[in-house]
Design a protein around this ligand. Structure first.
Ligand SMILES: [Zn+2]
Length: 87
């Protein structure tokens, strides 16, 4: 498989960190299980279902910021890496 960003061959199954910014809220998700990570540019290849689950996870956080008046939070979500390879 080749990286969709830089075209080099991607590496092994690994974990990635993605940062989501919406409505002034910043959500950093670490430990996302990936199909592969490009060793050249760091682009992570995610399984569609995994990407969808991450989206379902962060979406309510962005929705919260739209409906509440507290300052926009900076949120970090961490998946425990030890359990990842069985995903
Ligand atoms: Zn790449």
């Amino acid at each position: 498989m080749n990286c969709s960003v830089c075209g080099n061959e991607v590496g092994e199954q690994s974990v990635a960190t993605q940062v989501f910014r919406r409505h002034g809220v910043i959500v950093t998700v670490t430990g996302i299980p990936t199909v592969a990570v490009c060793p050249f540019c760091g682009n992570a290849v995610l399984d569609w279902e995994v990407a969808q689950q991450i989206e379902d996870l962060v979406q309510p956080l962005f929705h919260w910021s739209e409906t509440h008046t507290l300052p926009k939070p900076v949120i970090t979500v961490t998946f425990p890496e030890a359990q990842l390879l069985t995903v």
